[in-house]
Design a protein. Structure first.
Length: 180
């Protein structure tokens, strides 16, 4: 029986933060609408780094770097991923629309598109994720082009925001990642 050995850190072909900044990114911006947990914010930075996301828009009460609680889970991704702070999420959405982005709220809603039915064709998109308790606020949903819902089968019908970000990015971008 052959043994499968873990890849060492030295063999992971990691790029530096400066190389990341020069890399071609997916035309995707993550918008965090009032995310309370600094650990969730840090985890979203780390996931955004893993998927070569263009930027993160931090809105409202969402914490911003530099912050040691964010760094605990970001593990340095705040140095590679671009981010912008907006006092009001509405201002972030208006800015994105003015730049030609299609805006998706990731939420449970009556008029939604199931995540597995979203067809991403490399257009400029922004994905809005909401507060851990209240989700994406209704006025923000009203400003979005569409709502994406992650199919869930259990009793909770609730995923941690950082998990939701990973699930959505993998579904939308995973097939476009070239690995050898």
């Amino acid at each position: 029986m052959s043994k499968n050995h873990k890849t060492s850190n030295a063999n992971l072909n990691r790029i530096s933060a400066s190389e990341f900044k020069k890399s071609e990114k997916f035309n995707t911006i993550i918008v965090l609408d009032g995310v309370r947990s600094l650990h969730n914010v840090g985890s979203v930075f780390r996931t955004a780094d893993a998927f070569l996301i263009e930027a993160i828009y931090l809105c409202g009460l969402t914490g911003t770097p530099p912050n040691k609680e964010i760094e605990k889970t970001a593990l340095g991704a705040t140095n590679s991923v671009e981010w912008v702070y907006f006092k009001k999420t509405e201002d972030a959405i208006i800015s994105l629309k003015n730049k030609g982005y299609k805006i998706y709220a990731v939420e449970q809603a009556e008029q939604k598109t199931w995540l597995n039915n979203v067809n991403y064709n490399n257009e400029n998109i922004a994905l809005v994720f909401g507060n851990e308790v209240y989700g994406v606020e209704q006025p923000i949903i009203n400003m979005c082009n569409e709502v994406i819902e992650i199919p869930q089968l259990g009793t909770k019908h609730s995923l941690n925001i950082s998990v939701s970000v990973g699930v959505v990015l993998w579904q939308l971008l995973g097939k476009k990642i070239n690995v050898e």
